[in-house]
Every structure is written in C-alpha cells, then in structure tokens.
Design a protein around this ligand. Structure first.
Ligand code: SF4
Length: 380
C-alpha cells in the first residue's frame, strides 16, 4: 500500500500536525493499536560510550555478520499498515559498509513504498556517510545534550574501555555541529533530542539555542530512561523535571517545533502542577507531545539475530523472530496476550494520551494500574 499523495505525487510534510510516529494516529484510524512502525538495530558498534546510553551494555568492539537486508525487506513488505521505519544502533554509520549495504537499501525501500524513515545518529563521522542518505531519509535524529565540547567530553566517553582525550572529544563536537549545519543546508530534516536528567535539567534553554544554531528543524525532549548505563545515574525528581520543562517553554524559540516524549506526567494524575503543565503543553504553539511508540505501534528488530523486542533497550525478552514469524503476527500476540502490555495499555482520546511508556511507569509509578484510571476532564 502506498502512502503517496497521488495528486501531487509527494509525501505529506512531517509537521506538528502530522507526526506518523505517534501511535495515536493509527489508534484513531483503526480503532485499535496496529503495527505501523518498525525500528531496526543495524549495528552495536559505536565511537562513543555515553554515560546515559540506553543500549550501552549491548555495544561491542567487533560485530558478527547481519542478516541479509533482503530478508528484512521481505519482513517489512508483509507489514500491512507500515507507515514508518527507524534505524538505530550503536552509531548506524560506524562502518561505511553498513551505510552502503544496509542503511541506504532500507531507506530506498521506504521511499519507494511511500513510508517515512528516521535514523538515529551521533553525526560525528565523515559528512559523506550521511550525505549518502540525503535523497531518501525523512528525519535525521541526533542526540544533543551539551553546551560545549567540555560537556561532550564529560558525558560521551564515561564507559569507554580506553580514556579519550579532550582534543578528540572537541574535534567530534565540532564535527557534529558542522555536519548538522551542512546537512541542514542541503535540506535534511535534523531533529535534535535532548534528555532531561540530573546534568541537563537546568541547561536546556542554552542547549535549545545551540540546536537552533545547528540548523535543526525540531528539538525533541525526553526524560532519561533508567536503562543500561543510565540505570546507576541519579533519578531527577518530578518537581525538577516539571520546572525544567516550564523553563524551556519560557525560553524557547517559538518558531521551532518542540516535541516532548515519554513524559512522566499524565492527564489522569490528580496533582495541580501536573495538570497545569499538561494544559500548557497542549496549548503552546509548535509544541507537540508524542505518545510513546514502543509496543503501541512499533517493535524493534535486531538485524543480527532477527529477534523482535518491544524496544531496543528494555530488559524485556524477545517475543518473536522474523526468521519464522510475520511481524504483524508477533505484534498481535504482544498486544493481545502479553501481561506487560496489559498494565499500560490505556487510552483517553480527549486527553490525546495512550498510556505511559513501560520504563517510565516503572521508574515513577510502580504499582499504579493505569487501566483503572481516566483523564481528568479539565485538561482535555
Ligand atoms: S490514557 Fe492512561 S495514562 Fe493517559 S490519561 Fe488516560 S489513564 Fe492516564
């Protein structure tokens, strides 16, 4: 099925009113969650070892061969309602071979089918690797949590097997900035994500300004997940997180799209402060709050084993494999029968909310049964 607009022969522009990664779109369209998005882990190699890395324990120094890309494309072809794909790592472009033999063919497939694509990258490698994606890629998603090269040096190599000098980190920082500007100038949609954590919560306004200067079209903000390397880092209080978001909303460039995701504030929370923040987020121009795709409309496929997960980073075991099952069947089994999905699979349409992310619920709402809650009517 093609999602191209045949009258103009063009794809609908990704914008605050059209975010095909948000599971609420397909939930409203089909009346139930459908698999519309597939994320693929294309490498476990990376040139960084960030202290907050959500997949840090899975990173390797040498990688086994991946499944043939044709096998992955065959699996994607069988997903009836597919609308988006995401490619993730590690640093997906770490090896040029992965760019040529896996990334570009998958992006081409997406473009030919009329579905949207995203890649997650640290953008610190040779510009030419990213330029190969330009003709086919919809969203270049980068992580940016720094005010200076010093911040990158402090955060980016904490778990590195060997010490990395400040000079190397500074060169990578400059490369990231330069790549982002050059790719933006060539028309790439750069979406820079910052996390809210104990290091960044009072620096976000400055980080936001730098992201604008890098030419990014969108600033994404998510809380840090307490997963893998990040599991041992201090957890920010909900009060500090709220204050940080208000501060960012006060300081932001109102012409830049801001996308908040996996926030731990829900329209069914009783607290006055949560309801004030949610109402503000809904009312601010050019601000969207994306529902979490993981396990709602998306699964993750490990391209080395074929295993299928709810997300690339949670410690939830695989629940299928593309070698012997269809992705739609694996997803159906997860949504209907998996006990974990049943704990957070709620939906309040008027509040534009389809429930919490599993890890965020575990971090902040242990023992809360969201299925028994409903959004308060004053914030819908
Ligand atoms: S969908 Fe779930 S988390 Fe969201 S407001 Fe309703 S009950 Fe709360």
């Amino acid at each position: 099925m093609s999602l191209l607009n045949h009258e103009t022969n063009s794809l609908q522009k990704i914008s605050p009113s059209y975010d095909p990664w948000d599971p609420i779109m397909s939930l409203r369209k089909y009346g139930q969650h459908k698999l519309t998005s597939v994320e693929m882990t294309v490498t476990h190699l990376c040139n960084m070892r960030c202290e907050h890395c959500a997949v840090g324990d899975m990173l390797v120094m040498k990688e086994a061969p991946a499944l043939p890309v044709s096998e992955m494309i065959k699996a994607l072809d069988q997903v009836e309602h597919l609308e988006t794909i995401s490619l993730t790592g590690g640093e997906p472009s770490f090896l040029e071979k992965t760019v040529d033999e896996m990334i570009v063919p998958l992006l081409k497939y997406a473009r030919e089918r009329g579905i949207r694509s995203q890649i997650n990258s640290n953008l610190t490698l040779d510009l030419s690797r990213y330029e190969k994606m330009l003709p086919y890629l919809d969203v270049m998603h980068i992580s940016f949590n720094y005010l200076s090269a010093k911040d990158l040096h402090e955060v980016g190599f904490t778990n590195s097997p060997r010490p990395v000098s400040y000079d190397i980190a500074a060169r990578m920082y400059d490369k990231m900035m330069e790549n982002s500007l050059k790719l933006s100038e060539q028309g790439m949609f750069i979406s820079a994500e910052s996390m809210i954590n104990y290091r960044t919560h009072d620096k976000l306004a400055g980080i936001h300004r730098l992201i604008g200067q890098m030419g990014a079209k969108r600033h994404e903000v998510h809380p840090m997940y307490a997963s893998n390397f990040a599991a041992s880092l201090p957890v920010l209080s909900l009060d500090d997180m709220r204050a940080s978001i208000h501060g960012l909303l006060d300081a932001r460039d109102k012409d830049m799209w801001m996308l908040f995701g996996t926030l731990p504030f829900y329209a069914c929370n009783g607290g006055e402060e949560d309801r004030k923040l949610i109402t503000r987020l809904h009312k601010e121009p050019n601000v969207t709050v994306r529902n979490d795709p993981d396990g709602r409309n998306r699964v993750n496929v490990n391209m080395f084993t074929g295993n299928v997960y709810v997300t690339d980073f949670a410690d939830i075991p695989a629940f299928g494999n593309i070698k012997n099952q269809k992705l739609d069947d694996i997803f159906e089994e997860w949504t209907t029968n998996h006990p974990l999905n049943q704990t957070v699979n709620c939906f309040c349409d008027a509040a534009q909310c389809c429930g919490p992310n599993l890890l965020v619920a575990d971090m902040y709402y242990k023992d809360v049964d969201f299925k028994t809650r409903k959004a308060f009517s004053d914030i819908v």
